[in-house]
Design a protein around this ligand. Structure first.
Ligand code: FAD
Length: 616
């Protein structure tokens, strides 16, 4: 069975040395915590991930979730994992303390999520969706609804789901057909079929609280997406005292057979076939999409974590294998039949693949953790304008977290398979499972094509373009401050050039978009990739600047002043090696991946019309 390995050092580097999340403990909201609490949470999360969750991963993949005589059976190992998860109180990590939560910062919660998702993505789906569904009730529910559901959901006693997709309403959510007929007493009779519902049914919990999108069956319901409302629809009815009542006429008719995440039950659910399904409006009528967006934004960052954590897990397995597998000789001794055989990590092409994987794993980690940190800061920064700015950065970066991390994470994970050669393609080493499990990330929570449209159509124009402007101003200031840095200057200058191209393309979208809306729409995915490359280069270079300084401090403390000494230090001193590798990672990304951003700009500015002219 493959083990789960997480780079704990890099997680701590991002949280403490790059983002300084410990500063959050100075705020009123997180003042009850100290850095040692964050450390303790992380250590326990890593332990659970490495043991029980990791054990459930391959087992869940092999045995899957099944519908047996109308009842969904989850893999046995997932039951053990769910029990451990509940007992550890992990469902409540970032939840509101008023409802039994621990109230930890989101950025710490995201680091926990990396470990759990990286160890067992399919298992982590049920808790992840429950957390999102509870978050919606917390934000928009009445005090009675909060009292009825929240504690039980965050404790893991009950689970939650997100019910949007229907047979003819996937990306076009507004086309949904599900109905909610007012009963006259404030409740609604629900009817409809939802497909592809993750954890739609399972046998971990005694109840499942479905967050369900439907149109109210009334003459004044607006057409399309504006007429969609959000309902709380329990699988088992809940009595006013919180006890369980009778079944609520929600029936699972199918569990999908899938490419990956076999341990996650992807369900077809029929609601109200017998006219007995009761739903409760959440918030105001016709505001369903707006509310659901709150959950989707969180869920989109969560899907970004799937891309990041699984490519990071795959990279660690590939790195370990490459250091153990002996094959061939050093290329410089190729003609010598007696030359010693070497570990494949010595071969330049294997090193290239590994460094690519490392750059994507660490770059997307920095992207997602920093976005989560902005969310924390949007709540606790002392200045109101800063809070608003952080909030806007989260909005801007969410589609990039989701789409870039899953698209690039997938490419990096396939590179991990490649690194192992034949065994990469076989189950035993666990790397191919990462590829299969990761692929869904680019499809659900709004396909990556839809994320690109969100970025180009909504996010670039937010606040009349001012949000993008503040992002670019921050990037400009950083580049200006570092483009003469000793050693790193050539890399920062390449970022500067790529940033210039990003601005050029963005302006072209703005100038021509009004008269030719197809120009930005047709190039949205290429633009998102370009934006992602620039953002990751920016983050990895920020890391390199910190690493450069820390390396110099270690060298100074050790009295090392020449290149031979630095080389020896990298070989013998763990921290020096970590920082030196950080600089290599940034250099690799800027020299070997960032140029794709320039190619993206060229692709967009070619204004190619072939996709419109082709006849399929
Ligand atoms: C394993 C799994 C778990 C899921 N979990 C859930 C869940 O918990 N809850 C839930 O509600 N749903 C869930 N889904 C559904 C998922 O969100 C949808 O599959 C997804 O939104 C895409 O919808 P679709 O499959 O109907 O594809 P379609 O919408 O038919 O899209 C097909 C292709 O066309 C593209 N496309 C469609 N419209 C446009 C457009 N306007 N512009 C550009 N391109 C477009 C898409 O990007 C895609 O490439 C899950 C799906 C799977 C497979």
């Amino acid at each position: 069975m493959a083990e789960y390995i997480i780079d704990e050092r890099d997680v701590k580097f991002v949280l403490y040395e790059m983002l300084d999340v410990a500063q959050l403990t100075k705020s009123e909201k997180f003042g009850g915590f100290g850095k040692e609490d964050f450390d303790m949470v992380l250590e326990s999360a890593w332990k659970l991930a490495r043991t029980t969750l990791s054990a459930a991963n391959a087992d869940g993949d092999e045995h899957g979730a099944h519908l047996v005589d109308g009842v969904v059976k989850m893999p046995k190992s997932h039951h053990a994992a769910y029990k451990a998860y509940r007992e550890g109180g992990w469902g409540a990590t970032t939840a509101d303390p008023e409802f039994g939560g621990q109230g930890l910062p989101y950025s710490v919660g995201i680091a926990v999520a990396e470990a759990f998702v990286g160890a067992a993505c399919a298992f982590a789906m049920t808790p992840g969706l429950t957390n999102g569904a509870a978050g919606l009730i917390h934000s928009f529910g009445t005090p009675e609804q909060k009292a009825l559901y929240l504690e039980k959901m965050w404790s893991g006693q009950w689970a939650g789901t997100m019910c949007l997709t229907e047979p003819s309403a996937g990306s076009a959510v507004g086309d949904l057909m599900s109905k909610a007929k007012p009963c006259g007493d404030g409740t609604y009779k629900i009817t409809g079929t939802k497909i592809f519902i993750s954890s739609g049914d399972q046998d971990f919990t005694e109840n499942i609280i479905h967050l369900f999108l439907a149109k109210i069956d009334a003459p004044d319901t607006p057409k399309g997406i504006k007429g969609v409302s959000l309902f709380v629809v329990p699988k088992v009815r809940v009595n006013p005292d919180g006890g369980l009542g009778k079944s609520n006429d929600v029936v699972c008719t199918k569990i999908e057979e899938k490419m990956g995440i076999h341990g996650s039950s992807t369900a077809v659910l029929n609601f109200g076939d017998n006219g007995e399904c009761i739903g409760y409006l959440l918030g105001e009528a016709h505001q369903g999409i707006k509310y659901m967006f709150q959950m989707m934004n969180e869920a989109r960052i969560g899907v970004g974590v799937q891309g990041q954590s699984m490519c990071a897990g795959a990279y660690e397995l590939a790195r370990k294998y490459a250091k153990e597998r002996v094959q061939g000789v050093d290329v410089r001794n190729m003609k010598d039949a007696d030359a010693p055989r070497v570990e494949i990590v010595q071969h330049p092409d294997v090193r290239r693949m590994l460094l690519y994987q490392k750059a994507i794993a660490e770059g997307t980690r920095a992207l997602i953790y920093s976005t989560a940190f902005y969310e924390d800061m949007s709540q606790v920064a002392p200045d109101e304008n800063d809070r608003m700015m952080y909030h806007h950065f989260v909005e801007l970066l969410t589609p990039i977290c989701k789409a870039y991390s899953t698209d690039m994470g997938y490419l990096a994970a396939t590179s991990s398979v490649q690194t192992l050669g034949g065994y990469g393609y076989c189950r035993e080493y666990g790397v191919e499972q990462y590829v299969r499990d990761l692929k869904i990330g680019s499809i659900y929570e709004g396909t990556n094509g839809i994320q690109a449209l969100d970025l180009v159509g909504r996010k670039l124009g937010m606040g009349g373009g001012m949000v993008l402007m503040s992002y670019l101003n921050a990037l400009n200031s950083w580049v200006d401050a570092h483009k003469e840095d000793k050693g790193l200057a050539p890399l920062v200058q390449k970022l500067d050039a790529a940033k210039g191209k990003l601005i050029e393309v963005t302006m072209a979208f703005q100038m021509e978009g009004r008269s030719n809306p197809m120009f930005p729409v047709a190039n949205a995915s290429t633009y998102l990739e370009m934006f992602g490359h620039v953002q990751i280069a920016y983050l990895l270079l920020q890391q390199a600047v910190i690493a450069d300084k820390k390396f110099a401090e270690i060298a100074k403390a050790k009295g090392v002043t020449d290149e031979a000494g630095w080389k020896k230090l990298v070989e013998t001193h763990d921290e020096a090696r970590y920082y030196s590798n950080k600089i290599c990672t940034a250099a690799f990304f800027v020299n070997q991946v960032l140029p794709h951003a320039l190619a993206d700009a060229e692709i967009i500015m070619a204004k190619d019309r072939s996709i419109f002219d082709v006849v399929f």
